[in-house]
Design a protein around this ligand. Structure first.
Ligand SMILES: *Cc1c(COP(=O)(O)O)cnc(C)c1O
Length: 335
């Protein structure tokens, strides 16, 4: 793959570490669990959006943008990472926040990522739940243009072909790390939402003929819809990187059994996973994405989905800043 053909800013902290999780592996009795630390990518506490933003902001600067506009749920990690990169580059940043989770908890509404968005100088605008949030970017862009600005629009989660190139690059990085230490990877597992992470990983691993299956653990949509979203984007990524023959539909696997009552709503499995990773490995997951992804991983391990000798790599997609929005879930006694 020749990713240098695409505009990119090199400001993520790469490569992220690939580490064994020895205590968690022992506790669960195998398979061998590894973690790819994409929570350590940099940009105001890091996460998976940083890799996407390298390509998105590369394109934005190439187009001469002076303002970025994006959207997400109130506790969007993507918005926070976009605010950080915009600050670093001296661009105006507007984030449209969808009130997707019904709550009046002040920690959810004002702490965690929202606190960081404000600290990073982003302009926040509130939207009710359920609208077409990517469509809502357009009138805001028109307003910025009318005032003489040059906006660059980033869809929710940074999940378009350009953003997903960040996870094509991650696939290459992961395979290089595995080959260098003769680690045979049998599965890659991660939380999947707006689809860019899985689409990039699937396309990248396919382009390198790795034969490694990627299992996305859904956090919002039902399985069929999630797999279709990922597959559609993976096909577009394959075309952009010149991968002949596209992506077979069966290469895209999502398990959406761990969503619970809905996006951003805690589940017992998520709480257990966040506590297990913290207490066994000293690693902070998040309540909305990596916590539910890890809940799926742990449950599938217990059900014997993997064989004991498999090497399973969990991609930690970040989000721990969101823990502070869920204080009542993890520290209820504190009031
Ligand atoms: C956005 C996000 C995801 C999901 O990645 P997609 O590319 O949107 O599927 C997973 N984990 C965290 C912490 C995120 O912020």
């Amino acid at each position: 793959m020749h990713l240098a053909r695409f505009p990119r800013l090199h400001l993520a902290h790469l490569p992220t570490p690939l580490e064994p999780m020895e205590r968690l592996t022992r506790l669960l009795g195998g398979p061998r669990l590894w973690i790819k630390r994409d929570d350590c990518t940099g940009l105001a506490t890091g996460g998976n959006k940083t890799r996407k933003l390298e390509f998105l902001m590369g394109e934005a600067l190439a187009e001469g943008a002076d303002c970025v506009i994006t959207q997400g749920a109130v506790q969007t990690n993507h918005g926070r990472q976009t605010a950080a990169i915009a600050a670093r580059l001296g661009l105006r940043c507007i984030i449209l926040l969808e009130h997707r989770v019904t709550t009046e908890d002040p920690d959810y509404l004002y702490n965690g990522n929202v606190l960081l968005d404000r600290l990073l100088g982003a302009e926040l605008r509130d939207y009710p739940s359920g609208g077409d949030m990517n469509a809502a970017l357009e009138p805001v862009a028109a307003e910025v243009r009318a005032a003489g600005g040059r906006p660059y629009l980033i869809p929710g989660g940074g999940s378009n072909v350009t953003g997903a190139l960040g996870y094509v690059a991650c696939a290459e990085e992961l395979l290089y790390q595995a080959n260098a230490r003769s680690l045979r990877i049998d599965y890659v597992v991660h939380a999947t939402g707006s689809a860019g992470t899985q689409a990039g990983l699937v396309a990248g691993l396919e382009a390198m003929s790795s034969g490694i299956p990627v299992l996305g653990i859904g956090v919002r949509a039902p399985r069929e819809k999630q797999e279709e979203n990922v597959h559609r984007l993976a096909e577009a990524v394959a075309e952009r990187i010149g991968l002949k023959g596209g992506i077979r539909r069966e290469r895209v696997i999502a398990n959406c059994d761990y969503v619970g009552a809905g996006y951003g709503i805690p589940t017992p499995g998520m709480i257990e996973a966040v506590e297990l990773f913290a207490r066994q490995e000293g690693i902070l997951l998040d309540p909305v994405y990596s916590g539910k992804g890890a809940a799926g991983l742990i449950d599938l391990v217990r059900k014997g989905y993997f064989s004991k000798s498999d090497n399973v790599v969990f991609v930690h997609t970040g989000g721990a800043a969101g823990l502070f929005a869920y204080r009542r879930t993890f520290a209820p006694a504190a009031g």
